[in-house]
Design a protein around this ligand. Structure first.
Ligand code: MN
Length: 305
């Protein structure tokens, strides 16, 4: 991706080491799987990926009427991780390794696809029959070369196992990494920070962030001010931070009655070539050809239950 470092205002740094905002991007509304609505933070326009992060989709929020739920039927993945975080509603998951489960409101499924799985991600049958609000996120995280062909693994974390910290109008759910002295329970292959902040109007958070992490935020709801220059952003916008400090500040607007709901996601760059084709993300074109061949010849298995 192209880094915006030509902003003259950013040449003069203040003493606080608060990161600047390099870009604010609107998520793009698109259809996934059988046609459910997603707001795609990226890939989007010129932003193909953000360092180790390959995709972020906000699924819904969408009102499902009884019996009308659409999902993503059987499809493969190789070479990266998919992280599903449900804000509301219930998804059902099944895969070619014989793994299955439900991802309910507040739950996280951290799937390391590694050498390859075929899975289906569908609104739960019971939930679909009743109808209701479906809202969640899916983040794709690249794997380092040495882990791309690892055995697939799952970390299914129910909502009540995800640490929460609160202070002065700020609540944070710690999905990965560390915030307000609380540590996540999820293990990551490379250092990752995945925090869900809820800020009451006019409250502010300062999150410490290691210098070598690249960070972005996604506004789930409300509006706020980001970075050293207090750049405004709202719902369905992506905020990319510069790598010019060791803390990130987020402030909820004081003239809004809606709390600011925001995801803050960060990780270290892998510095390895990215060859990407749909659900396969490898280092070379030959490895992509191999992935397609393995998929087409049934080497990734099938869902048979
Ligand atoms: Mn998938």
């Amino acid at each position: 991706m192209k880094q915006n470092t030509t902003n003259n205002q950013n040449l003069v740094r203040d003493e606080t080491e608060t990161r600047s905002v390099s870009q604010v991007i609107n998520a793009k509304t698109t259809l996934e799987g059988e046609g459910f609505v997603v707001h795609r933070a990226f890939p989007n326009g010129s932003l193909r990926e953000f360092y180790t992060f390959l995709l972020l989709d906000e699924m819904g929020p969408i009102e499902i009427s009884a019996g009308e739920a659409k999902g993503a039927p059987d499809h493969p993945h190789r070479g990266f991780e998919t992280v599903t975080y449900m804000i509301k509603g219930v998804f059902e998951h099944k895969d070619s390794q014989g793994h299955s489960g439900k991802i309910k409101t507040g739950d996280v499924q951290w799937m390391t696809a590694g050498s390859g799985v075929i899975h289906s991600e569908m609104p739960e049958k019971e939930f679909s029959q009743k109808g209701g609000t479906l809202h969640g996120f899916q983040l794709w995280i690249n794997l380092p070369k040495k882990d791309k062909m690892m055995k697939p693994r799952y970390q299914d974390i129910p909502a009540n196992k995800i640490p929460i910290a609160q202070n002065d109008g700020v609540k944070v759910k710690i999905i990965a990494g560390e915030s307000m002295r609380e540590k996540a329970v999820i293990e990551t292959r490379t250092p990752i920070m995945y925090l869900h902040f809820t800020l009451q109007p006019d409250s502010k958070v300062t999150q410490i962030i290691p210098q070598n992490y690249n960070a972005f935020a996604y506004v789930v709801n409300g509006e706020g001010l980001f970075g050293d220059k207090q750049i405004h952003a709202h719902k369905e916008q992506v905020i990319l931070f510069g790598q010019d400090g060791n803390e990130i500040t987020i402030r909820a607007s004081n003239d809004s009655s809606t709390p600011l709901d925001v995801l803050l996601i960060a990780g270290i760059p892998l510095g390895e070539p990215v060859a990407r084709y749909g659900p396969f993300v490898m280092n070379t074109e030959d490895e992509i050809k191999q992935a397609i061949l393995d998929y087409n010849t049934g080497k990734m298995g099938k869902i048979d239950f």
